[in-house]
Design a protein around this ligand. Structure first.
Ligand SMILES: [Mn+2]
Length: 317
């Protein structure tokens, strides 16, 4: 059942002994929303903990906080989790047992008993912020840092269209009312990369391929490259933006070799191309400017399929 902000606030008042679930490949939004919610529930005198299907990368460590230790769950909340599949190894335990979902994805699959989704919100952290406002509970500085990080992450540091007036207003309030380490968070989230990551970026830039008169750029991250550069899968986060940095590119394609003969593809549109339509035709989906799909075959077969699909879309522009 879909519910409004006020009803979600009511759920938080009623609940006890809460497990908060966040998604695999954890990012600043789900970690920020998860730990802001945990600290909110603590402030309300409740036990709560955050569960993530994968270890939370060290770069998000500043968002985490001590939980309430061991206790059995009486109430389960998914935050920023649009689909049960994103729960990875937690899925089997919690499928059918999620009481509340707080999210901002238009694609939310309504797997929870109660679902509070605002597709116009920039981030799950923004939806959570509105719920906290409805509760009238003051934020702490550390909750403010969590909320800020989520909004900054999902707006690409306020670069995307989803950095709405409301998102900016919330951030203005957070800056006004809290000691928010704004520049430090932005530097750590958006500028700092591990040496391995930088080497990997250099390597994929060197093998970047150009198709369709440079309107389509492709990079392919094979298992070999990952091994050579000694980078974790988690460090590939955001790499799909690289092919779009080249001037004149309309569609950027990133292939990741998951296993021999199996590729996960991320597609990004610089402006006008609808990559959701391209990926939809290939069995995937997503947003107009960011979408994905998975393909099997040899690398050259997969590339051929992708270039033809992109060509069809570009012909429509
Ligand atoms: Mn999000």
């Amino acid at each position: 059942m879909r519910i409004e902000i006020a009803q979600a606030a009511e759920c938080l008042k009623q609940c006890e002994d809460v497990y908060i679930l966040i998604h695999q490949s954890p990012d600043g939004d789900c970690v920020g929303a998860g730990f802001a919610l945990m600290q909110l529930l603590h402030a309300m005198g409740k036990r709560a903990k955050v569960l993530c299907p994968e270890p939370i990368p060290a770069r998000y460590g500043f968002l985490t906080a001590p939980d309430s230790g061991e206790f059995p769950a009486k109430y389960v909340i998914g935050v920023d989790v649009a689909d049960l599949q994103l729960l990875g190894n937690l899925r089997s335990t919690y499928e059918g047992h999620v009481d509340l979902c707080i999210d901002h994805h238009i694609s939310n699959t309504d797997y929870a008993d109660r679902v509070c989704v605002d597709p116009d919100a920039s981030a799950a952290c923004q939806v959570l912020y509105e719920i906290i406002q409805a509760l009238g509970i003051p934020l702490t500085d550390s909750m403010a840092a969590c909320i800020y990080t989520g909004i900054a992450t999902d707006t690409g540091c306020f670069k995307y269209e989803n950095a709405t007036a409301r998102a900016h207003e919330i951030v203005a309030k957070l800056k006004r009312e809290h000691a928010l380490p704004y520049a430090r968070i932005n530097r750590n989230m958006f500028d700092v990369k591990s040496l391995g990551r930088l080497k990997m970026e250099r390597a994929v830039m060197e093998i970047m391929e150009f198709y369709l008169d440079g309107r389509c750029t492709m990079i392919c991250v094979t298992q070999d490259i990952l091994r050579q550069m000694q980078v974790e899968e988690a460090e590939l986060d955001g790499i799909a933006g690289l092919p779009l940095q080249v001037e004149g590119v309309e569609v950027g394609v990133t292939l990741k070799e998951k296993e021999p003969g199996f590729y996960k593809i991320s597609m990004r549109s610089a402006d006008r191309a609808n990559v959701s339509r391209i990926c939809g035709q290939l069995g995937g989906g997503g947003h107009v400017k960011a979408a994905g799909c998975a393909l099997r075959g040899t690398l050259s077969q997969v590339k051929e399929i992708l270039v033809r699909a992109v060509e069809q879309e570009l012909a429509l522009l």
